[in-house]
Ligand binder design. Sequence first.
Ligand SMILES: [Zn+2]
Length: 151
Amino acid sequence: MAEEPCQCSDCQRFYREHDRLIREFPTFKQQQELNWASIQSFRTLCSKVTDDLQRQLSERESTEDNILDEKHMSEAEINEALGELENVNAYLYSIEALMERIFDTKVSNNIELKFKEIAKELAPDPLNMDRLILNRLFHQSSDFPDKKKFN
Ligand SMILES: [Zn+2]
């Protein structure tokens, strides 16, 4: 039975992005590098923001009278964000460890050609089944904000 893919703007954006990543990075090696860079950049940004928030918190503690800060964030807001970001950083660290394993894998030139061939078939197809399954996962996580809390 054929299922109609969701056409909301989030899903459409996901379809376009998914296809673009296959079209522009059609080999096993390119996908390895892309995903490694993507996890690293996410981790770098998260930990820099965490450092900065911690600095802001400790500066407040040292100047108790001055509760106004540059962006008018409350202490509760900063503490909540720090808790969430600490979790995210821990998950990213775990993903990175798994990515290292994936990064160790190498495939032959013939297999790379197969990747390119399949990528060409996949990317232009707007109703690809693998993508629909992926997108369902994506959609679930964005539909239910409660699932974002892991602890
Ligand atoms: Zn949707």
